[in-house]
Design a protein around this ligand. Structure first.
Ligand code: AKB
Length: 316
C-alpha cells in the first residue's frame, strides 16, 4: 500500500489528484498540505491535512516520517502570468518548494512527482510537434523555474538516486477547481462564461494555438507515471504529453455546436499574449506513449461536451 503526500493539494491540479488518490489508496493513506485551508472543505476534512508552506522542509520532513510517506506529489507553484508580476517571489516559491521536497525525499527514500509545463519551452523551440528533447530557452520567469526544476530533479535522480518523475503539462482544463494566474486560464473561463452569458472576452488572440488537456487525463497521467515500471523510464522528469491543440476561435466554434448564439470578442493582454506566443503550438509525445503507455481519452469535442454539461448541471 502506498502512502502519499500531496504538497499544494488545494490548487487546480492538487485538489483533483488528491481526490483520485484518496479514492484509489484510501483516505488515511493520502496526506495533504497547503498554505491555506479555507477552500474545499471535503478535501481538508476528508483525511490528514496540514497547513504548511512548501518551503518549510522541517515540517514536511516531520509529516513524511509520521505518516511513513513513500511518494510525494510536489504541486505548489506560481503559474506563468502571475509569476511575471513578481518574478522574485515566483522563483523563491517554485524553486524553494521544490528543493525542500527533494531534500526530504533524499533523506526519507521517497519518490517525487513534479509537474513541468509547456512553459519550459521558448521562442527558439520548434513550434509544431515540439520534440521531447529540444531547445529550451524560455523567456518567462515561470519557464525559467520549470527548466531549472527539470534539471534539479534530474540531478537528484543521478546524484542521490531519488526516484524523480515528471510531466510537461499543457494548459489544464477542469470544472472543479479554477486555475489561477496561468496564461491558459482563458480556455477554462470560456466555458463558464458560455453557460452564464453566452459571451466571452478572451485575453489571447483568436489564432493563438496552445496544447491543452482535460483534467481527468491530467490526473490519470500523474498517477500512471508514478506507478510506471522505473526500468522503462528513460526521460523521467520532463515527459511531453499531448491531448489536443486548439486556438480560441476553434474552441468557440465547438462551444457553438452546443450554444449556437455564443459569441467571442478579444481584449488582448500583452503580457499573457507574449507568453503564449513564446510557447509551442503543439507537442510530440512519443516518449510518454512508449515509456509509460500515455494515451489521452478526451479531445476538444469530448471535453467541450463534458465541460458544458457539467457546468450547466451545477448552475441549475
Ligand atoms: C500556465 O498557463 O501558466 C499553466 C501552464 C501551461 O503551465 N497552465
Amino acid at each position: 500500500m502506498k502512502n502519499i503526500l500531496i504538497i499544494g493539494s488545494l490548487g487546480q491540479l492538487g485538489s483533483e489528484i488528491a481526490l483520485e488518490c484518496r479514492k484509489r489508496y484510501g483516505d488515511d493513506h493520502v496526506v495533504l498540505t497547503d498554505i491555506r485551508n479555507d477552500v474545499n472543505k471535503p478535501l481538508v476534512e476528508g483525511g490528514p491535512f496540514y497547513l504548511v508552506d512548501a518551503r518549510d522542509g522541517q515540517s514536511v520532513d516531520a509529516i513524511v516520517k509520521k505518516h511513513n510517506i513513500d511518494t510525494i506529489y510536489h504541486l505548489a507553484a506560481v503559474l506563468s502570468a502571475r509569476a511575471e508580476k513578481d518574478p522574485l517571489n515566483a522563483w523563491n516559491l517554485n524553486m524553494g518548494g521544490l528543493i525542500a521536497t527533494l531534500e526530504v525525499a533524499k533523506t526519507n527514500g521517497c519518490a517525487v512527482f513534479t509537474p513541468s509545463s509547456i512553459g519550459a519551452f521558448g521562442p527558439t523551440t520548434p513550434k509544431q510537434y515540439t520534440p521531447q528533447d529540444t531547445i529550451q530557452r524560455p523567456t518567462s520567469i515561470y519557464g525559467v523555474t520549470k527548466v531549472a526544476g527539470e534539471l534539479l530533479c534530474d540531478y537528484y535522480y543521478h546524484k542521490f538516486d531519488v526516484d524523480t518523475r515528471g510531466i510537461r503539462f499543457p494548459g489544464v482544463i477542469s470544472n472543479m477547481t479554477p486555475p489561477g494566474g496561468g496564461t491558459t486560464d482563458y480556455a477554462v473561463e470560456i466555458y463558464y462564461e458560455a453557460v452564464k452569458s453566452h459571451h466571452y472576452t478572451c485575453f489571447l488572440r483568436g489564432d493563438t494555438y496552445l496544447d491543452m488537456i482535460y483534467m481527468p487525463d491530467a490526473v490519470q497521467a500523474a498517477i500512471q507515471i508514478m506507478e510506471a515500471n522505473p526500468a522503462k523510464l528513460r526521460h523521467r522528469n520532463a515527459f511531453n504529453i499531448a491531448a489536443m491543440s486548439f486556438c480560441p476561435e476553434e474552441q468557440a466554434a465547438y462551444i457553438r455546436t452546443h450554444i449556437p448564439d455564443f459569441t467571442i470578442s478579444y481584449d488582448i493582454d500583452p503580457v499573457k499574449q507574449a507568453i503564449a506566443d513564446s510557447w509551442p503550438d503543439s507537442l510530440e509525445d512519443y516518449a510518454a506513449r512508449v515509456e509509460w503507455d500515455w494515451k489521452p481519452r478526451f479531445d476538444l469535442a469530448a471535453m467541450t461536451s463534458d465541460m458544458l454539461t457539467t457546468i450547466q448541471r451545477r448552475s441549475e
